[in-house]
Design a protein around this ligand. Sequence first.
Ligand code: THU
Length: 132
Amino acid sequence: MNQEHLIKKAFEAMENAYAPYSNYHVGACLLLKNGTEILGANVENASFGATCCAERNAIFHAYSLGYRKDDMEAIAIVSDGKYLAGPCGICRQVFSELFPQKAPIILSNKIETKVTNIDDLLPLQFGIKDVL
Ligand code: THU
């Protein structure tokens, strides 16, 4: 896994963000174990709740193509914000179910980079075990 390459691809994906309301642009590059890279950008809506985050778009696209969490190796998420931002709460819940617990989640904003995972980002996870 080439961290710098994933970050670069995520910044390229960020160029496609549709964010006329927040003007906050986010890009994601999801790396699969087979080397496939799946990109995502945030897409907003005048009905704000209909907005979808960059990382969720990438993960959902991967699932739509038939990939599952065991196929996933890492994800880079970048923004043009002043501060290094972690994924929002909804995205953490999505990662909890659809992304491997210990796989690297690489966060960057051109100023700094941090690597974490969903196990650390979301303690006491609610998931499949609780409802099945
Ligand atoms: N956003 C993301 O794409 N990912 C996150 O993890 C945090 C927030 C987007 C959603 C919205 O388009 C904009 O950033 C401001 O909230």
